[in-house]
Design a protein around this ligand. Structure first.
Ligand code: CA
Length: 226
């Protein structure tokens, strides 16, 4: 596939190009935000690998502008570990997945194939599971026709889960995405927030949407099979 790699760190850019070319992909490199944006708008790519910390325009802004211009090329964000809390922001502006540096090249290839396969299907502006909807643009959550008011942390938690609806998400992945790597999060903090979220999203509804997967984590899904 044709891959645009937007990465200012020369060594990293070189490694990505070499690795991708060894897998028979064709790689175009851009070393700053404006160049990346220009390449993405001028040429067709199957996927864009996008660093966040870039000279000129950062990766978030590149993704936001592409989506605003109706460019639906799949985007895989590469981010430094300490920027993980920003990942939700990256997904909100239209990126499809993210990977934290340093990463194993095999995982990078697998993620890239996966975002490219999902391809240029226009992303729904609203995320929905059963009658639960989350509108990232308005930061609005509804169950049926009832609006649900969430605190910022509850919102990040639900956002992270609903974007992975139907998949089991590990406790550590949730903690990283919602609180970040650097935060000391007590083991039971996540459970406490899930309880709060359930009390707002599921309490009083016959169909429960937030499910515990014992020993692993949580999942949001519409049916109650476990
Ligand atoms: Ca960078």
């Amino acid at each position: 596939m044709r891959v645009l790699t937007v990465e200012d760190e020369k060594r990293m850019a070189g490694l990505l190009k070499k690795g991708l070319e060894e897998e028979n992909h064709s790689v175009t490199l851009a070393h700053d935000g404006p160049a990346g944006l220009e390449m993405a708008e001028l040429y067709e790519f199957d996927a864009i690998v996008l660093d966040i910390m870039l000279p000129g325009i950062d990766g978030f802004e590149v993704a936001r502008r592409l989506r605003r211009n109706r460019n639906q090329t799949p985007i895989l964000i590469l981010t430094a570990r300490d920027a993980v809390p920003d990942v939700v922001k990256g997904l909100d502006v239209g990126a499809d997945d993210y990977l934290t540096k340093p990463f194993a090249f095999d995982e990078f290839l697998a993620r890239l194939r996966s975002v490219a396969r999902r391809g240029s299907v226009p992303r729904p502006t609203r995320l929905q599971v059963a009658d639960l909807t989350l509108d990232p643009a308005a930061r609005q959550v509804r169950r049926g026709d009832q609006e649900i008011h969430l605190t910022p942390t509850e919102y990040r938690l639900l956002d992270f889960l609903i974007r992975r609806a139907g998949r089991v998400v590990s406790r550590s992945a949730i903690v990283e995405a919602v609180w970040g790597f650097d935060q000391e999060v007590e083991e039971n903090t996540l459970d406490a927030f899930v309880r709060l979220l359930r009390s707002k999203v599921d309490l009083g509804f016959r169909q429960k949407l937030i499910h515990t997967v014992r020993g692993v984590g949580y999942t949001v899904r519409g049916n109650s099979k476990t």
